[in-house]
Design a protein around this ligand. Sequence first.
Ligand SMILES: [Mg+2]
Length: 169
Amino acid sequence: MNKAVFLDRDGVLNHEMGTYVWEPEKFVVIEGVAESLARLKAAGYYLIVVTNQAGIARGLYSATDVQACHAKLQAAVGGLIDALYYAPGHPSVSESLRRKPDSLMLEQARARFHLDAARCWLVGDRLRDIAAGHRIGVRGILVGPDEADGYQPHVADLRAATDLILAGG
Ligand SMILES: [Mg+2]
């Protein structure tokens, strides 16, 4: 059985713009992310992005746009990410168990990579990210400025979350 760090995208890997981000030129990877991912990979973690992309269901952009951003992300981090899952649905259009706080994206990755959920982590900047992890028994670390009802552990960014994970929690 393997271990992984599940990564929310916007606000964890790239700057949260307060709106949907689908144009590669507006998709800006946060400083230090490549280094953090390299440290986690060296410690034996698979790196798996799980991102809600409801803008697809709402007709704002396409899967091709999402893939262009993910190509930019992979280029910025030296191709260290093992898989990128996105949930295209939105409750106003169609129900989907992929969309966080539901956990289908994580369950798919768990099966594909033979993951032991108890050895995995999720890093997200919203409580719905944390909730998706908890549904399958994955511990969550909240990052960023959102107070999120006082959830703990809560640290500044992926760099600090990486320190926490590598310290053994
Ligand atoms: Mg986010």
